[in-house]
Design a binder for this molecule. Sequence first.
Ligand SMILES: [Ca+2]
Ligand SMILES: [Ca+2]
Ligand SMILES: [Ca+2]
Ligand SMILES: [Ca+2]
Length: 308
Amino acid sequence: MDILRTILKYIFDRTATGVVFFVTIFSLCLTNSSSAALYFADKTVEAGLFYPLSPSFGLSWGDFDQDGKIDLYIKNHNVNLPSLYLNSGNSIFEDITDQAGLNIYDDFHGACWGDFDNDGDLDLYQTVGASGGHGIKANYFFQNNGDSLFTDIAEFAGIQDPLGRGRTPVWFDYNNDGRLDLFIANQMRYDAFSILYRNNGDETFTDVTTSAGLSGIVLAEGAYVADLNGDGFVELLLSSLAGILLYANNGDGTFTNMTTAAGLSGVTMVNDLALGVIKTATWIFLSQEDLPRAATPMRQTAIQCITA
Ligand SMILES: [Ca+2]
Ligand SMILES: [Ca+2]
Ligand SMILES: [Ca+2]
Ligand SMILES: [Ca+2]
């Protein structure tokens, strides 16, 4: 566990500051002995994923062509085109960004895969930073055509969110109607808060942020979902410059801010976090930072148990 924790801290410390200049892929190796060793080997070059001098700003795994092999999408911020890597098998990836129609240069931040139309293939939502939060720039929603080509339908779907300083989108079915809904964590723009879109089932969405009790979230960095209390409805957990924010799903289309009640109000400046289960308990792994970023390096990675 110490090894995993060290690796997690290494990844968090770098992805949270947005200064990853190339993608590194670690291959997990296990021996067959009873006292199996655990170690990782750098396979970036052999896998065809070496892309120097490109701030990745995160990545998203998803088997978009449904061949059973998980593929990889990397955003590359606004320095390079994004990269869609097709998993060819045998641990080799092929860059098919151009063929897929994703060769669009923009201020890309978080992206996530989700089958919003329940046709079996993964679609891709991509946020942009809206010119540092001072401009108007629509997000992208790439519908999977099923032939390794994608079409931007964000305008038709009503989920362009052009004012939002997009950070992290996440797909989840908040109302348990069988259709994936979309939450977007937006940061530091007081005329464009984080937003929840309900999936209408006809390839369009409706902004339900206010009626769902999620209005006014302005400092969010990351968004994560899990059914933390086991009632069948998914909770929303945010990393933000104001700390961790926990919104419990009430099961009726609304959420309640349970941050303080859950004992999470004392955590500040959370840039990124991950949920994990260790010995049946759910844990939050998080990275924090001090501002201004240039003046103070990342702080510690904290680990906190929120359920017994
Ligand atoms: Ca695949
Ligand atoms: Ca789909
Ligand atoms: Ca839904
Ligand atoms: Ca729940």
